[in-house]
Design a protein around this ligand. Structure first.
Ligand SMILES: [Ca+2]
Length: 285
């Protein structure tokens, strides 16, 4: 991780089956060595504090790569205060209801309510783009069984969520909230939340008190707010917007992989689905 506080370890647990919290990654930090953020960290990293994690999707030699946003880029990944997001189901009222609810209202687990920011609301290709976002969301609602509802802002256009133009080569961005939690608490919540004995066994195999890392033992982990809710680290709040995803329409996207992906276009579904993963898990790539 360039220049910042060390990201010391990821746990990427992917229990098979109907996990309560499938797809978890916790981020450990060694706060005893460096209690304050440095470099591209933008917020104080004390236990129990909230943080924004922003990532930029950059096109490198024709491949979409995700990297941590620089300190200068972070504000651009957040929506303007005056940008009034509209729930997709309201925006598309009167249109194809089946399409509107794709990826929503999963009574058996994760529900993702998509909130379209103003740029997307007014895009001529709006419905196609929203459908593509829904497809990506559905991939995750089908996999994650936590009975939790989250709201995610979605945006698409020539500008970033803060209204400034996307720089050349930047395909999109994500920002998501997380909290810092002392590791034993997070571990204990994971164990408690396990939906099967095999899942519990995985969590019980985690170190008991500290996370060994390459720069010392980590005592604090970062947990995305969307994950902190089902873990009981935050109260359930279906009205809290936990993340923002935006895409640069200057790129040619193929929004429908069902009929193949055009060789000269970017596969929106693949890129967007991976962005959900970063929001749910903070897993970095
Ligand atoms: Ca296609």
């Amino acid at each position: 991780m360039a220049g910042g506080l060390s990201v010391l370890l990821f746990f990427a647990l992917h229990p098979a089956g109907a996990s309560a919290i499938a797809g978890i990654a916790l981020r450990a930090r060694n706060l005893s060595m460096s209690g304050m953020p440095q470099g591209n960290e933008t917020t104080t990293q004390k236990p129990q504090t909230s943080t924004v994690d922003s990532f930029v999707i950059q096109m490198v030699n024709g491949v979409a790569r995700c990297r941590e946003a620089t300190a200068e880029e972070v504000p651009a990944t957040l929506p303007r205060r005056e940008d009034r997001g509209v729930p997709v189901r309201e925006l598309l009222k009167g249109e194809n209801q089946a399409a509107i609810h794709a990826g929503e209202d999963s009574s058996t687990g994760l529900t993702i309510n998509l909130i379209a920011l103003s740029q997307l609301q007014n895009d001529s290709n709006r419905n196609t783009v929203i459908a593509a976002f829904q497809r990506a969301a559905a991939t995750w609602t089908a996999r994650i069984k936590s009975p939790v509802t989250i709201r995610i802002n979605i945006d698409y256009g020539v500008n970033r969520p803060n209204g400034s133009a996307f720089p050349d080569g930047v395909l999109g961005s994500t920002s998501s909230g997380s909290i810092s939690v002392d590791y034993p608490t997070a571990r204990s919540r994971l164990v408690t939340s396990a939906s099967s004995s095999s899942e519990a066994a995985i969590y019980n195999a985690l170190p008991s008190s500290v996370v060994p890392t390459n720069t010392g033992d980590g005592s604090v982990v970062e947990v995305s707010r969307s994950l902190a809710q089902p873990l009981g680290l935050l109260p359930l709040n279906p009205n809290e917007t936990v993340a923002t995803i935006s895409f640069n329409k200057n790129f040619d996207f193929d929004f429908n992989p069902d009929n193949g992906v055009d060789f000269d276009k970017v596969d929106f579904d693949t890129v967007a689905t991976r962005r959900w993963q970063s929001i749910k898990s903070l897993e970095r790539r």
